[in-house]
Write a protein that binds this ligand. Sequence first.
Ligand SMILES: [Zn+2]
Length: 184
Amino acid sequence: MIPIIDTGHGFNTPGKRSDGFVDGNGRVLLKENSVNEAVGNKLSFLFWHNDDEAHFISNEWIDISLSERVRRERELASNNTIFISIHADAFHLKNQARGGRFFYRSESGRKIAEKLTKFLKDNGYQLSLRVPMRENFKVLRETKSPAVLFEMGFMTTKSDLDVLLEDDFRNKTAQLLYDGIKSL
Ligand SMILES: [Zn+2]
């Protein structure tokens, strides 16, 4: 399997941040892009380091539209690619939602979501993982490859946020995703 890795949002995409959790200067503790990018970059590095093919389609700081992400995916898609979009979740209420989840739309996406959920759970993913859920997101609907969208955890829940901010979590999550994708 050759992953096409997407990191979801640009650094300044509005609203994609740990609303309600700020540092002493009033700055948000986490912008979603920075954790998505950290894990996605490490994941694509692991493929390169092990001489495995992968595509990383969103290394810009500026916002890339969903249509452009889909366009890039469709250009790269082949019989053995999968699409994985990496995110961190937000909920309008603080400290009310926790854990990660894989989303899918197609039947082939569902199988990958279930396998990756099991793999991460069995191998010590640091946050709880809910059962995969079907969603009609554009990047799931319009991409050509079997597609999953991974929400790693909630930026708006302090216990999840503390984990999302750790380099150790980011390194381990990239390694788990690498091993999980290799096991598909
Ligand atoms: Zn997101």
